[in-house]
Design a protein around this ligand. Structure first.
Ligand code: H2B
Length: 121
């Protein structure tokens, strides 16, 4: 992806996820790297099939509050992260598009919307 095609965090956060039931190619590692420039809080896995962000919350209750806020975004967008709450207050958010076994633009849209939620508070 050329720089001129690289989306910004704002464009991604203001975009809507497109329903995906497969039949489209997953992003190539290069395409994923292009999107990832807009979402620097997220790391792209070495196989470029997932992105993840870790949150160290102050309390268990805060972590559960985050899960509920993320749930609201995911339900609105009909695109859903895997959420791992371990060590009672460490939340890891993992995004992939299950229908295609890899990353799609939807994952970066959700990542940018989650970033907007987290930066706001
Ligand atoms: C039609 C609708 O978009 C699909 O069933 C969605 C629901 N949420 C989803 N979430 C994620 N992460 N991957 C999917 O493939 C997926 N499929």
């Amino acid at each position: 992806m050329s720089d001129s095609n690289t989306p910004t965090a704002e464009t991604l956060a203001n975009s809507k996820c497109v329903p995906c039931e497969g039949g489209v190619p997953k992003l190539t590692p290069d395409q994923a790297a292009g999107f990832a420039r807009a979402t620097p809080n997220w790391s792209v896995d070495s196989d470029a099939n997932q992105i993840r962000r870790k949150l160290n919350c102050k309390t268990f209750a805060k972590a559960v509050e985050r899960i509920n806020q993320i749930c609201e975004i995911a339900e609105r967008e009909q695109h859903h992260p895997d959420l791992h709450l371990t060590g009672y207050r460490h939340l890891e958010i993992v995004l992939t598009t299950h229908a295609i076994g890899g990353l799609s633009e939807n994952d970066f849209i959700l990542a940018a919307q989650i970033d907007r939620l987290l930066d706001d508070q």
